[in-house]
Write a protein that binds this ligand. Structure first.
Ligand code: NAD
Ligand code: MG
Length: 351
């Protein structure tokens, strides 16, 4: 059982020390309001951080290249936009929200020389610091505030008055204010409404990569495709297969989200529950668990990070090939047609 040294209370059933979760009452919004924050990048996370900070009364600018396609959107939203180096020089908190595979280059080119002692460099994912692509000087504070959800939901939930849980980590803290400032930042983007959990750059980076590879993105996508193909190859209508293997997944995930595995199983039929216990472990086998361990080891050793950074330097050929091939999958065409007929949906198509 993983034991973290961040304090907390005993959970008697599993003999696990429950970690402390921080909420708005534990955060002093005044700290981040007293700073000047540069958000570098205006993509999924960047737009949500910048807008939520602004609406929480924080002095924020967005750092974007002159030719950036996001510039117009940021300016239309009423945000001040500067070049990344100007934004870094102006700010004393710099949040890096550009794609991980280009972040090291942007840091070296525009941020590094504009850091001053007492400044705080912030991240929403530990990748570059943990794998050594960015090595900030000792006199700079380095923290992470990582929302556990996509940017558009970070913005939407903030506007609705709720929030997305955030992970907080302090990597180096010469000023001694890292945790308090991180809590303040997390609260300003709405994280204090849902809960802020303290972690380390190592734990966040490795668990985040593991999650997206093994279950959230890689594992789920492959289960969807394989189960869809199995049904279609057996002669069932692709539309039935789509409803069963993709559409209905949301209904099950909603139950899991609301009340865990037991609530999902309470809500489904006894037949479904019996099939779950007796068939699920024939799909996720010892071989699958072994593969999960191997995937984790590649993350921990840095082999995955090296592979991906090398790919990115060559223009990410595998990513582009796979993106095109996966978009051409039958389930995508069937799904697109069916979603048009669901008036309650606001159907989305990837650009
Ligand atoms: P993104 O791809 O959505 O957006 C990146 C933005 O960076 C672009 O919109 C653009 O404004 C800018 N940009 C892109 N290429 C650039 C370049 N070459 N030079 C300068 N600026 C450039 O990125 P994202 O998904 O928001 O990820 C940002 C950070 O947040 C990453 O560290 C990521 O791991 C982390 N994160 C993302 C999510 C998520 O749901 N997307 C969740 C948690 C953490
Ligand atoms: Mg992630």
């Amino acid at each position: 059982m993983l034991r973290l040294s961040f304090g907390g209370s005993e959970d008697s059933t599993h003999n696990h020390v429950m970690a402390t979760i921080y909420y708005d009452k534990d955060c002093d919004l005044g700290l981040i309001r007293a700073r000047k924050v540069a958000v570098i990048g205006y993509g999924s996370q960047g737009h949500a951080h910048a807008l939520n900070l602004r609406d929480s009364g924080v002095d924020v600018v967005v750092g974007l290249r002159q030719e950036s396609a996001s510039r117009a959107a940021a300016e239309e939203a009423g945000l001040r936009v500067l070049a990344p180096d100007e934004a870094s020089a102006w700010a004393n908190v710099i949040m890096m929200l550009v794609p991980d595979q280009v972040m090291g280059g942007i840091y070296a080119e525009s941020v590094q020389s504009n850091l001053e002692p007492g400044d705080t460099l912030a991240f929403a994912h530990g990748f570059n610091v943990h794998f050594g692509e960015i090595a900030p000087p000792e006199e700079i504070n380095v923290i992470m505030v990582a929302p556990k959800g996509p940017g558009h939901l970070l913005r939407r939930t903030y506007e609705e008055g709720s929030g997305i849980p955030c992970l907080l980590a302090v990597y180096q803290d010469p000023s001694g204010t890292g945790r308090a400032l991180g809590l303040s930042y997390a609260s300003a983007i709405g994280g204090g409404r849902a809960g802020i959990l303290e972690t380390t750059f190592k734990e966040e980076t490795e668990t985040d990569l593991f999650g997206e590879q093994v279950i959230l993105c890689g594992g789920v996508s492959e289960l969807i495709k394989a189960s869809f193909e199995t049904l279609v190859e057996a002669g069932y209508q692709p539309e039935s297969a789509y409803f069963e293997t993709l559409h209905e997944l949301k209904l099950i995930v909603d139950l899991l989200y609301e009340g865990g595995l037991s609530w999902m199983r309470y809500s489904i039929s006894d037949t479904a529950e019996y099939g779950d216990y007796t068939r699920g472990n024939r799909i996720i086998t010892d071989e699958t668990r072994k593969a999960m361990k191997e995937v984790l080891e590649e993350i921990q050793s840095g082999a995955f990070a090296n592979e991906w950074l090398a790919q990115a330097r060559e223009g990410a050929p595998v990513l582009h090939e796979q993106r095109a091939a996966n978009r051409a999958h039958q389930i995508e065409d069937v799904g697109e047609e069916l979603r048009k007929l669901m008036p309650f949906l606001d159907p989305k198509t990837a650009p």
